[in-house]
Design a protein around this ligand. Structure first.
Ligand code: SF4
Length: 163
Protein backbone atom coordinates (compact mmCIF):
# COMPACT_ATOMS: atom_id res chain seq x y z
CA UNK A 1 0.00 0.00 0.00
CA UNK A 2 1.13 3.54 -0.72
CA UNK A 3 0.31 6.69 1.20
CA UNK A 4 0.62 10.44 0.73
CA UNK A 5 0.83 11.82 4.21
CA UNK A 6 0.51 11.32 7.93
CA UNK A 7 -0.96 14.44 9.51
CA UNK A 8 -0.75 15.12 13.21
CA UNK A 9 -2.91 17.04 15.68
CA UNK A 10 -5.54 17.09 12.93
CA UNK A 11 -8.89 18.64 13.98
CA UNK A 12 -10.69 18.41 10.64
CA UNK A 13 -11.17 14.69 10.15
CA UNK A 14 -13.00 13.43 13.23
CA UNK A 15 -13.57 14.20 16.89
CA UNK A 16 -10.67 15.57 18.93
CA UNK A 17 -7.05 15.81 17.89
CA UNK A 18 -6.19 12.94 15.60
CA UNK A 19 -3.47 11.34 13.55
CA UNK A 20 -4.60 10.87 9.93
CA UNK A 21 -3.22 8.41 7.41
CA UNK A 22 -3.84 9.54 3.82
CA UNK A 23 -3.59 6.44 1.66
CA UNK A 24 -3.10 6.33 -2.12
CA UNK A 25 -5.71 4.93 -4.48
CA UNK A 26 -9.33 5.80 -5.24
CA UNK A 27 -11.55 4.52 -8.04
CA UNK A 28 -14.52 6.77 -7.37
CA UNK A 29 -13.17 9.78 -9.29
CA UNK A 30 -15.79 12.18 -7.94
CA UNK A 31 -16.11 15.42 -9.86
CA UNK A 32 -14.76 18.22 -7.65
CA UNK A 33 -12.60 15.88 -5.53
CA UNK A 34 -10.14 17.96 -3.53
CA UNK A 35 -7.44 15.29 -3.67
CA UNK A 36 -7.25 13.86 -7.22
CA UNK A 37 -3.53 13.42 -6.70
CA UNK A 38 -4.48 10.52 -4.41
CA UNK A 39 -6.38 8.51 -7.05
CA UNK A 40 -3.40 6.52 -8.29
CA UNK A 41 -2.72 3.46 -6.12
CA UNK A 42 0.91 3.69 -7.18
CA UNK A 43 1.28 7.34 -6.18
CA UNK A 44 2.92 8.71 -3.07
CA UNK A 45 5.24 6.66 -0.89
CA UNK A 46 5.35 3.03 0.14
CA UNK A 47 3.76 2.55 3.55
CA UNK A 48 6.80 0.88 5.05
CA UNK A 49 7.92 0.02 8.59
CA UNK A 50 9.17 3.56 9.20
CA UNK A 51 5.80 5.02 8.22
CA UNK A 52 4.00 2.56 10.45
CA UNK A 53 6.23 3.46 13.37
CA UNK A 54 5.60 7.15 12.75
CA UNK A 55 1.86 6.50 12.75
CA UNK A 56 1.82 4.51 15.97
CA UNK A 57 4.25 6.82 17.77
CA UNK A 58 1.77 9.61 17.14
CA UNK A 59 -1.25 7.55 18.09
CA UNK A 60 0.40 6.63 21.40
CA UNK A 61 0.49 10.25 22.57
CA UNK A 62 -2.01 10.81 25.38
CA UNK A 63 -3.59 13.89 23.81
CA UNK A 64 -4.38 12.09 20.55
CA UNK A 65 -8.01 10.97 20.57
CA UNK A 66 -7.59 8.46 17.78
CA UNK A 67 -6.75 7.68 14.20
CA UNK A 68 -8.51 8.49 10.94
CA UNK A 69 -7.96 6.57 7.72
CA UNK A 70 -8.54 8.76 4.69
CA UNK A 71 -7.17 9.22 1.22
CA UNK A 72 -7.76 8.31 -1.54
CA UNK A 73 -9.96 5.50 -0.32
CA UNK A 74 -8.80 3.19 2.47
CA UNK A 75 -11.33 0.67 1.16
CA UNK A 76 -9.94 0.63 -2.37
CA UNK A 77 -9.60 -3.12 -3.02
CA UNK A 78 -5.84 -2.79 -3.20
CA UNK A 79 -5.68 -1.17 0.27
CA UNK A 80 -8.13 -3.26 2.23
CA UNK A 81 -5.90 -5.98 3.67
CA UNK A 82 -3.28 -3.51 4.89
CA UNK A 83 -5.85 -1.07 6.26
CA UNK A 84 -7.72 -3.89 8.01
CA UNK A 85 -4.44 -5.04 9.57
CA UNK A 86 -3.78 -1.52 10.84
CA UNK A 87 -7.31 -1.17 12.21
CA UNK A 88 -6.88 -4.42 14.16
CA UNK A 89 -3.53 -3.31 15.52
CA UNK A 90 -4.94 0.10 16.57
CA UNK A 91 -7.85 -1.55 18.36
CA UNK A 92 -5.62 -4.05 20.16
CA UNK A 93 -3.03 -1.49 21.26
CA UNK A 94 -5.38 1.38 22.05
CA UNK A 95 -8.86 0.08 22.87
CA UNK A 96 -9.95 3.47 24.23
CA UNK A 97 -8.96 5.55 21.21
CA UNK A 98 -11.38 6.06 18.37
CA UNK A 99 -10.99 4.86 14.80
CA UNK A 100 -12.58 6.83 11.96
CA UNK A 101 -12.53 5.89 8.30
CA UNK A 102 -13.45 7.87 5.20
CA UNK A 103 -14.58 5.99 2.10
CA UNK A 104 -16.26 6.77 -1.20
CA UNK A 105 -18.22 3.52 -0.95
CA UNK A 106 -21.72 3.58 0.48
CA UNK A 107 -22.25 1.81 3.78
CA UNK A 108 -24.43 -0.77 2.04
CA UNK A 109 -21.47 -1.73 -0.17
CA UNK A 110 -19.09 -2.41 2.72
CA UNK A 111 -21.30 -3.41 5.67
CA UNK A 112 -20.40 -7.09 5.22
CA UNK A 113 -16.74 -6.42 6.05
CA UNK A 114 -16.30 -7.97 9.51
CA UNK A 115 -13.10 -5.96 9.94
CA UNK A 116 -15.11 -2.74 10.07
CA UNK A 117 -16.62 -3.75 13.41
CA UNK A 118 -13.48 -2.33 15.02
CA UNK A 119 -14.13 1.08 13.45
CA UNK A 120 -16.09 3.66 15.46
CA UNK A 121 -17.19 6.03 12.72
CA UNK A 122 -17.35 5.75 8.94
CA UNK A 123 -17.82 8.87 6.80
CA UNK A 124 -19.15 7.37 3.59
CA UNK A 125 -20.29 8.03 0.07
CA UNK A 126 -18.98 9.74 -3.03
CA UNK A 127 -18.60 13.49 -3.04
CA UNK A 128 -21.36 14.98 -5.22
CA UNK A 129 -20.53 18.52 -6.27
CA UNK A 130 -24.18 19.45 -6.90
CA UNK A 131 -24.94 18.53 -3.28
CA UNK A 132 -22.06 20.53 -1.78
CA UNK A 133 -22.99 21.71 1.70
CA UNK A 134 -20.45 23.53 3.83
CA UNK A 135 -22.66 23.30 6.90
CA UNK A 136 -22.43 19.55 7.34
CA UNK A 137 -19.92 18.38 9.87
CA UNK A 138 -17.11 16.09 8.67
CA UNK A 139 -18.30 15.55 5.06
CA UNK A 140 -18.68 17.75 2.00
CA UNK A 141 -21.97 16.87 0.29
CA UNK A 142 -25.40 16.15 1.70
CA UNK A 143 -25.60 12.60 0.31
CA UNK A 144 -22.67 11.54 2.49
CA UNK A 145 -23.35 10.07 5.91
CA UNK A 146 -21.30 9.96 9.11
CA UNK A 147 -22.19 6.58 10.55
CA UNK A 148 -21.84 5.30 14.10
CA UNK A 149 -20.62 1.82 13.22
CA UNK A 150 -21.20 0.06 16.55
CA UNK A 151 -24.75 1.36 16.94
CA UNK A 152 -25.47 0.47 13.33
CA UNK A 153 -24.27 -3.11 13.72
CA UNK A 154 -26.14 -3.47 17.03
CA UNK A 155 -29.45 -2.09 15.83
CA UNK A 156 -29.34 -3.42 12.26
CA UNK A 157 -30.26 -0.01 10.91
CA UNK A 158 -28.12 2.98 10.09
CA UNK A 159 -27.32 5.12 13.13
CA UNK A 160 -25.68 8.46 12.46
CA UNK A 161 -22.81 9.72 14.57
CA UNK A 162 -23.80 12.60 16.84
CA UNK A 163 -21.87 15.61 15.63
S1 SF4 B 1 -14.06 9.21 -2.83
FE1 SF4 B 1 -12.99 10.96 -1.92
S2 SF4 B 1 -10.86 10.75 -2.64
FE2 SF4 B 1 -12.11 9.45 -3.94
S3 SF4 B 1 -12.60 10.72 -5.73
FE3 SF4 B 1 -14.31 10.91 -4.27
S4 SF4 B 1 -13.82 12.72 -3.04
FE4 SF4 B 1 -11.92 12.09 -4.08
Amino acid sequence: MNYHNITKDDMLNGDGLRVVLWVAGCNHHCQGCQNPITWDVGGGLLFDDAAEEELFTELAKPHIAGITFSGGDPLHPFNRSEVFRLIKKCRELYPNKTIWLYTGFNWEDVQDCEELKDVDVIAEGRFVEALLDNNIHWVGSSNQRVIDVKKTFESGKIALHNT
